[in-house]
Design a protein around this ligand. Structure first.
Ligand SMILES: Cc1cc2nc3c(=O)[nH]c(=O)nc-3n(C[C@H](O)[C@H](O)[C@H](O)COP(=O)(O)OP(=O)(O)OC[C@H]3O[C@@H](n4cnc5c(N)ncnc54)[C@H](O)[C@@H]3O)c2cc1C
Length: 154
């Protein structure tokens, strides 16, 4: 969060921060990114720029008249990647998972709130999903099971 001017730092909406997913620098105008930036900028003020920023994950959660939509990371996918989606039109539920090789790199959902933080954990952890990738391709609702397998080696 150091600027090009020694001793001057930037954070939050005023900063082009490192994007965890792309490695590019951009404004992520959400509170979690502002909080992360602020913490890193403050640490660097006292530690003379020695704290590295690993990048913030781009995300948004929106409540539109009761319909919750969520997006994390590269929900639009990447070239050569795979994706899996499930739509329940009658119940206004949708999930879309994006993979690069066997890692989850992005997701978005509509009308699904259970285990939603797990999606962020799977993306941020950059876990190699192995056989769980195909399982998620077959049924993208198995994110909790995939997370437990990835984090506990099951
Ligand atoms: C309508 C709206 C809805 C949003 N909803 C969400 C949401 O649901 N979830 C989410 O994560 N993010 C949301 N955001 C974005 C989020 O509010 C910002 O990304 C976040 O507040 C940025 O934090 P910041 O500290 O960089 O800037 P700010 O929160 O804007 O803080 C900057 C502060 O600096 C002060 N200031 C400005 N100029 C000076 C000056 N010259 N001297 C002293 N003080 C000054 C301002 O008064 C302000 O208090 C929303 C934003 C808007 C506008």
């Amino acid at each position: 969060m150091c600027s090009s001017v020694p001793g001057i730092y930037a954070a939050g909406d005023a900063a082009c921060g490192l994007d965890f997913s792309t490695g590019d620098y951009s404004v992520q105008a959400v509170q979690p990114t502002a909080v992360d930036h602020g913490r890193i900028a403050a640490a660097n003020m006292v530690r003379h720029g020695s704290v590295l920023h690993q990048g913030c994950i781009n995300m948004n959660v929106l409540d539109t008249i009761g319909l919750i939509s969520v997006s994390y990371g590269q929900w639009q996918g990447v070239e050569g990647g795979d994706h899996s989606s499930l739509l329940d039109r009658d119940r206004f539920r949708y999930i879309n998972l994006q993979f690069e090789e066997d890692a989850l790199i992005g997701a978005n959902t509509l009308g699904i709130t259970q285990h939603i933080g797990i999606l962020r954990g799977l993306i941020q952890g950059q876990f190699k999903l192995g056989k769980w990738k195909q399982r998620l391709m077959d049924n993208p609702m198995l994110v909790m099971e995939a997370y437990l397998a990835a984090t506990q080696g099951a």
